[in-house]
Design a binder for this molecule. Sequence first.
Ligand code: BDR
Ligand code: CA
Length: 307
Amino acid sequence: MIIDTDAGVDDALAILMALADPTVKIVGITTLNGNVSLANVERNVGTILNAYGAGHIPIYRGAGRPLLVDAPDASNVHGTDGLGDAGFRSPRPLESTHGAQAIIDLAKANPGCTLVTLGPLTNLAIALSLEPDLGTYISHTYVMGGAPKASGNITATAEFNIYVDPEAAELVLQRGNLQSTWITWENAIDHVILWDRWEALLDAGDMGKRFVRPMCTNLMNWGKERNRIGMIMADPKAMAVALDPSCATVQHVYMSVDCGTGVGRGMTAVDPRGFAGKPANAYVTTQLDLDRVIALITTATALPCAF
Ligand code: BDR
Ligand code: CA
């Protein structure tokens, strides 16, 4: 598995889920600007891997900006450092190859691998521009992104990862020969992890108690102050589907991204009735098996913790 991330609190939990799966070998993690700046993301990925003592996994520096238009970050959700301002700082040295090139190199070195994207699609768009045949090396790509019902979390119509770089997402959809499943924001909010189940999950083991709980404390308080019923955790849901595709039901549709500058910028439009007259280019999730998702998240929080 290759993971592309803008880590991020929920990215961190998703990466730990992949580390917890004995059938998965993470061959590299590529980073990019998104939830917080690239410098913070790079440090966070080192910290996450060190929390599990997984120092052997290479980390690559990717895109520091979207392709065309700069966008806001999500430090209001993830903390100024991106890991909940809990004081975890354990950077690791980076590889010298650019993240976009690393996606290509890692895919060619590991044909049939899975790619999981947990942030904006800038690195993947650059990789596809450099290597149009990338999809022949990757068995399946799992994308956390999109809000096909146009109930966004960064604007009225757009989900964060797609809004940050709509041009990149549209390139991935229209140019990419990737088999891809898109785990949507609406699926994440339709399957909230209620507080009591969330608390139980945090108490499953040392990783939950010593790393994930402190990392999520500000976010939990933020949600409770706003009378939220539980935690949303979008990226762990995407990782759950990557680890066990039976976690999701999907529809195979044509999807495109609004790259305009109006109210719809970053909106992901699905076209199940075929108005565009174009073949399906994406699998989009319609339902998740929340019990299965929570079980997979719990494998991560039950891990030993090196901190
Ligand atoms: C996505 O945006 C980020 O804030 C999260 O890490 C997740 O990838 C949800 O819209
Ligand atoms: Ca993310």
